[in-house]
Ligand binder design. Structure first.
Ligand code: ASP
Length: 326
């Protein structure tokens, strides 16, 4: 014992006393409301404020749960529901239209503690697709349900179904008409959340209307586990947004997790590698939000902007829209 105290005294005298480990956040949350051609010149101050407020509301809904010891899964759902219920984001109310003028939505969720996952694809009447994805994970033996089957299951689980007219918004209809004129798919949207809770567990969720003027039946990356969503306590939690076909082909969410898990890359390096070195050269536009069990957050994107925000036990809420905001 005496020897040990002597050793500490020597260490202190020579200025090499073990410094306390840097404080880590006990909980953390990041959200996105879609990446794309989001530039200040095409935004009005009123609309900008609406986006900032809604993103702030989503952060608050999730962080209120995390602060009080709630689970990362609950926080992810709460944040996404705020965005699904808002016409501002391409998910739930505000979802974009297919080439046939219909709203077909996809969503998924994953629990980093046990790798359980749930997803729905091509649903047209589920008010909050993220809740249906969660029910698939928790109440079925499957990972993904699609179309009518997903809707029937959601109804059996007491999840609210609505008439398809609920999803109509004039803004999305105008985008549809424009896309129809040019006969091209366009515009990215989507919303997502990733969280770390006080119990050390990660979760990720993503919900989308897909791409404007997509083919009937087209499914993007958002409901595909490993492409648009992934959560793993041994790596990280990811939610993606962007041109889904590129995210599927590059299994983006899982690759970020794998780079951390197998190559021991730090979170930010792994996420930036996929967005800038892998996706960008092949024309894959978009971004991700990522979080690890130390509460590190990374939000890289290769588009002009990405609606995004984060909050941790140590840092106030922060909301950003454009690429040049650091
Ligand atoms: N990734 C979504 C999809 O391809 C769209 C988006 O994020 O904007 O369906």
């Amino acid at each position: 014992m005496k020897k040990l105290s002597y050793l500490f005294l020597v260490l202190i005298l020579f200025g090499c006393a073990p410094s306390p480990a840097p404080k880590q956040p006990t909980w953390a949350l990041a959200i996105h409301g879609g990446a794309g051609t989001i530039i200040k010149e095409s935004m009005t101050p009123e609309l900008e404020q609406q986006y900032q407020e809604k993103l702030g509301e989503a952060l608050k809904a999730g962080s209120n749960l995390l602060k009080n010891g709630g689970t990362s899964l609950d926080a992810v759902c709460a944040a996404i529901i705020v965005m699904e219920d808002s016409p501002l984001f391409n998910a739930g109310k505000g979802a974009v239209f297919t080439a046939e003028g219909v709203n077909e939505m996809d969503a998924s969720i994953m629990n980093g503690e046990n790798l359980m996952a749930g997803a729905v694809a091509g649903v047209k009447h589920i008010k909050n697709p993220i809740l249906a994805a969660r029910a698939v994970m928790e109440k079925s033996l499957h990972v993904m349900l699609m179309g009518d089957g997903a809707e029937k299951f959601a109804e059996q689980q007491g999840i609210e179904l609505v008439d398809s007219s609920y999803f109509f918004t004039q803004a999305r209809w105008n985008s549809y008409l424009k896309a129809r004129e040019k006969a091209t798919q366009e515009k990215f949207g989507t919303c997502g959340a990733v969280a770390l809770d006080k119990h050390g567990n990660l979760a990720a969720g993503t919900s989308t209307g897909g791409m404007t003027y997509k083919m009937k039946g087209r499914v993007g990356d958002s409901p595909i586990i490993g492409a648009g969503t992934y959560a793993d306590n041994n790596g990280c939690a990811i939610s993606a947004t962007g041109h889904g076909e590129f995210f599927i082909r590059n299994v983006v969410a899982f690759q970020i997790d794998a780079l951390m898990k197998y190559k021991h890359l730090p979170l930010d390096e792994a996420a930036r590698h996929m967005i800038f070195d892998v996706l960008k050269p092949m024309g894959g536009e978009g971004g991700v939000i990522a979080i690890d069990t130390s509460g590190n957050i990374s939000m890289p994107f290769n588009t002009a902007g990405m609606y995004r925000g984060c909050i941790t036990s140590d840092k106030n809420a922060e909301v950003k829209i454009y690429g040049d905001e650091h």
